[in-house]
Design a protein around this ligand. Structure first.
Ligand code: HSE
Length: 306
């Protein structure tokens, strides 16, 4: 096999009570990468279609991740990468992570899978660091593994795939403005008090339990963000309006995806997701904001060959 084409999904991170550690992949929305073995050594980004990202090998999250993988494997082969960049950078739905994951997943597969799937995360993270020096692994883990994940250990990137009830759906709204993760992290406090930490831990425990017991009431009271939403919400267009409508409609939760400006809302059925998506679309249209909106289950596939 000399060439492979990969789909690598967008993802929601900061699933309310899981700042930097909980995320899920988005069904059908993602970057496409075509990777071809080359006689030239190393990684070469040949072409980028779609949204604009750096073509330079040392600035592109896909090439940096791919080169880290080649360095580790100590192989002299070369690969050309064409990226169809379908996720807008600075969207809050894991744009940089998707490209980085797609590159390492595809090259590992072209090489006959010398590394296990779960070993790829640390190389994808080398790419993610290029876009944000302090980036946690929540989006990368979601894009690589698919479904809903918990990053259980930041140093070793131990990722746990969580069991999610089939009828849980997310509506995602992405206003087409860019918020850099580094800027969005810069406005956060450097420390939190013990009461807040305790409330957040209690919520996280409740959420994990609710997944195992399919207890939607426990899920709803547990999916609360005490850490970051309050600091970032002013920078996210239409957030207060969307959240008010979500609350009025008794959704499970509504919060900011990653570092914004995307917003996600969890509901208990596809029909409810479709109904609310239209209501939220109207809010953005009323504000004359350009946006994309999606519906996804929380068990969608991670990076895969297409
Ligand atoms: N969890 C990160 C943040 C974004 O909220 O800053 C994605 O890694």
């Amino acid at each position: 096999m000399n060439q492979i084409k990969i789909f690598s999904p967008a993802s929601v991170s900061n699933l309310c009570c899981g700042f930097d550690i909980l995320g899920f992949s988005i069904d059908g929305i993602g970057d496409e990468l075509t990777i071809t073995k080359s006689t030239n050594k190393g990684i070469n980004i040949k072409e980028i279609k779609g949204y604009n990202v750096p073509l330079e090998n040392n600035k592109n999250t896909a090439s940096v991740a791919a080169q880290a993988l080649l360095n580790h494997l100590e192989i002299n082969e070369g690969f050309d990468i064409e990226i169809n960049k379908k996720i807008k950078p600075g969207s809050g739905i894991g744009s940089s992570a998707a490209s980085a994951v797609g590159a390492v997943y595809g090259i590992n597969k072209l090489l006959g899978n010398p590394l296990k799937h779960e070993e790829l995360i640390k190389f994808a993270m080398k790419g993610e660091f290029i876009s944000s020096k302090t980036a946690p692994a929540d989006n990368v883990a979601s894009a690589l593994h698919g479904g809903t994940i918990l990053v259980n250990n930041r140093e070793n990137y131990n990722v746990i795939k969580l069991p999610v009830p089939k009828n849980l759906y997310a509506i995602i709204h992405h206003p087409l403005i860019e918020i850099k993760t580094s800027d969005s992290r810069g406005i956060l406090p450097k420390s939190v008090d013990l009461k807040i930490a305790s409330d957040q831990l209690s919520a996280l425990g409740g959420f994990i339990h609710s997944l195992h017991t399919k207890d939607f009431e426990l899920m709803k009271i547990s999916l609360k963000d005490y850490l970051v939403e309050q600091y970032r919400s002013d920078y996210v267009p239409a957030f207060n309006e969307i959240k008010s409508v979500a609350d009025l409609n008794n959704t499970i939760c509504c919060s900011i995806s990653g570092s914004g400006p995307s917003i996600f809302t969890l509901v208990k059925s596809l029909s409810e997701a479709k109904r609310l998506k239209l209501l939220f679309d109207d809010i953005y249209n009323g504000k004359k904001l350009e946006f994309n909106s999606y519906i996804t289950g929380l068990n969608s596939k991670g990076a895969h060959e297409i």
